[in-house]
Design a protein around this ligand. Structure first.
Ligand code: 5CU
Length: 357
């Protein structure tokens, strides 16, 4: 494994206050107890027994140990799904403020590391937004403004439900404007996948919702967002896409061509769809060098950044090194035709640039 600078921009947590919230619930999302063991149940269609959950989700020392084991110098942590999506508007606002304050504290009191001759924290964060059905967009903008004042918060994590009508809802324009103004990175992340019935009756565990449902959700949400023309209106908006942008890199020319053949959609955009995809950033959580190569031709390696998806995908046999991490690092190492400098950028340099570390 490389000993060069490694920064993890896709790594999650449930803050202790959030875990408590899930423990108090009797419906999904929830943390329940089965035979004395805590279990996490968050996905639609997931068995009521869920999967094991423990300190790797909320304990900062566990996060730092994981980072040390895998040679990660700095992590930009983001709350794991489903964020505040299930709360009514007023509790979402209050909980958002409290959790973002917890997240700032979590990062501000983390150990330091030297980076380019300067001392840096090992943990920075991307915070919550109270984007839930029925919320006034003004409340969301106020949360963005508050986040922009927290010194260790570098962005926001955003799901796809919006205020109930998705991210292409015109009512969200003030939110995008305030995020761009605050200079925060938007980490777009899936949660809902596809309707459970598309996966059929055979029991396949989490395989299909995670392998296909998550990336398809991102693909659809981002295509819809592009089609609003938001990136023409807000050139400063920084969008970072989870799981290497889902299917978008491989569908980009098809999307561009379908738009070019549709007078209504085409008239809304100043550029070809590939231009907008080239304006976004992508995590390198694709698990294979060939798949990373799909992301690169139009995007360039300077828009790819390493991620682990910790604490999800733990090793089944408790191995110290997580396969979900080493597979992604090997993919960068073996990406066809990349120079050493480009690989170093993907491992850490591009994150320094994007997040202003
Ligand atoms: O394994 C999972 O369910 C997940 C999840 O919910 N969120 C995520 O980011 N990765 C894996």
């Amino acid at each position: 494994m490389s000993r060069k600078l490694l920064i993890d921009i896709h790594t999650h947590l449930y803050l202790p206050r959030y875990a408590q919230l899930l423990r108090a619930r009797s419906q999904i999302p929830r943390i329940t107890t089965l035979n004395g063991e805590e279990r996490l149940v968050i996905l639609a269609g997931e068995a009521a027994t869920g999967r094991p959950v423990g300190p790797s989700y909320w304990d900062r020392d566990a996060k730092l140990r994981f980072m040390d084991t895998h040679g990660i110098a700095i992590s930009i942590v983001s709350p794991a799904n489903p964020w505040l999506d299930f709360l009514p508007p007023a509790p979402a606002l209050q909980t958002c403020e409290a959790l973002n304050s917890d997240l700032e504290e979590y990062c501000a009191t983390s150990p330091e590391v030297e980076l380019g001759g300067r001392r840096r924290k090992r943990l920075y964060g991307m915070g919550y937004l109270p984007v839930v059905p029925g919320q006034e967009v003004g409340g969301v903008c106020a949360a963005v403004e508050a986040l922009g004042k927290l010194p260790h918060i570098k962005g926001v994590i955003l799901g796809t439900q919006g205020l109930g009508k998705g991210l292409d809802d015109p009512a969200l324009l003030p939110m995008w404007e305030s995020i761009a103004k605050a200079g925060l990175v938007v980490f777009l992340h899936p949660h809902y996948g596809m309707p459970p019935e598309v996966w059929g009756a055979q029991e396949n565990g989490h395989v299909l919702p995670l392998a296909l449902g998550f990336p398809f959700e991102t693909t659809t949400a981002v295509a819809r967002l592009i089609l609003t023309g938001i990136l023409d209106k807000l050139p400063a908006l920084k969008l970072l896409l989870a799981h290497s942008g889902g299917a978008l890199p491989v569908l980009s020319s098809r999307l561009a061509s379908c738009i070019a053949h549709d007078p209504v959609a085409a008239s809304r955009l100043a550029h070809d769809a590939r231009y907008y995809l080239g304006r976004m950033w992508y995590d390198a959580v694709a698990y294979g060098p060939e798949e990373l190569a799909f992301v690169v031709p139009t995007r360039g390696t300077d828009r790819l950044l390493c991620g682990t998806d910790h604490p999800f995908f733990p090793p089944l046999k408790g191995e110290e090194m997580w396969m979900s991490v080493t597979e992604n690092l090997d993919a960068v190492e073996n990406a066809p035709g990349w120079s050493e400098g480009e690989k170093e950028g993907v491992r850490g340099g591009n994150a320094v640039e994007l997040f202003g570390l």
